[in-house]
Design a protein around this ligand. Sequence first.
Ligand code: UDX
Length: 447
Amino acid sequence: MALKLTVIGTGYLGATHAAAMAELGFEVLGLDIDPAKIETLSAGRVPMYEPGLEDLLRRHVAGLPDSSGRLRFTTSWEEVAAFGDIHFVCVNTPQKHGEYACDMSYVDSAFELLAPHLKQPALVVGKSTVPVGSAARLAARLAELAPAGDRAELAWNPEFLREGFAVEDTLHPDRIVVGVASEHAEKLLREVYATPVGEGTPFVVADYPTAELVKTAANAFLATKISFINAMAEVSEAAGGDVVKLAEAIGHDERIGKKFLRAGIGFGGGCLPKDIRAFMARAGELGADQALTFLREVDSINMRRRAHMVELAREACGGSGFLGKRIAVLGAAFKPDSDDVRDSPALNVAGQIHLQGGQVTVYDPKAMENARRLFPTLGYAASALEAVRGADVVLHLTEWQEFRELDPAELGAVARGRHVIDGRNALVPQGWREAGWTFRAMGRPHA
Ligand code: UDX
């Protein structure tokens, strides 16, 4: 009989995983403790902007026209425990308030609430990003709390999805990594992922700590790559070089590669910043803190980018400060194709300038609502053109396609000053300069 799957926690990761598993042909039951979220998902709506996710969901949510009916949602732990052969735990692990460490309270509480209902053999699969060592602890707790005892088994299966590509990354992942304690667990997970594995996706079997570490190591590497190129941007700027050219040139070396070498205002979002901090905190607990002190530098290079952007904006305003100046900010999301503003470099820069007396007007194609909730005192405009109207300086801070298609001449006609700063190295300087703008970018010559 086909396996029945449940997904616990229906945020970014969980909602996407649930819909993707239904797409692969499984019966899926999703659980969230937030009834409003369950109501939204049950109606086939996704509470965030993620390309393709709503369509995928609608194809499977029971009760919607023409759906497969394989996907349902609930708030009942009892129902989930009775339904599933495999339970995927997809709750989030934010940074602890005032600390670097990861807040495990949602993961812990998911296990505490699920396990007492597990009367039949079941495989619980953690997907959340957790400090190494959590899986071993949770496996013991599971066997202790579940009426099924050690027939309630744990596996760890980290998730590598990128926002903006969540559906693609879940259905066609680069690799599948499973940390297992038995052949039985491996066999079940091979069954779950038979389709992508059949299409050639590598399936890596490891122990618990290795599987947990793969995720944090991958994010630490990506963060390091971005901070490396941003450090090169600092040096290029000091030396009069061009970091975009430099990145292109070193990227031709296959060992280095072209990807993740875009210099600018740095990384943000709900993953990279908090994951590298939690990794440092955990290494400290393990007595291996020296191994990761370089991540402190990666973090501070990254945070320096935001301050540097504010300085460039101040210079463009004439150098004496932001009072009486209008700043248009294009972009609020932490990256394009997402409405996520968690630790967004763009909003951080906008907020700093606002606090220093500048009149900031933000426009983002999708993240306006989330941005307004987080920074209600910033100004917001309904389009890029409206944000730029009357502005002394324009900052390009999230590289949406829409911004690359803007007509510099049209914007120049409504701006008060024609100064644009590209914080993402994604605009073409020539077009702007030809339309009479001064164009600056991070780590590039100032023409
Ligand atoms: C990341 C990892 O890529 C993903 O594998 C993991 O599962 C979760 O964390 P995500 O947070 O969605 O995914 O975004 P990502 O595409 O990695 O970008 C992170 C940040 O880095 C963004 O703010 C982006 O603008 C920035 N970035 C990315 C750069 O500044 N330069 C680059 O070259 C690439």
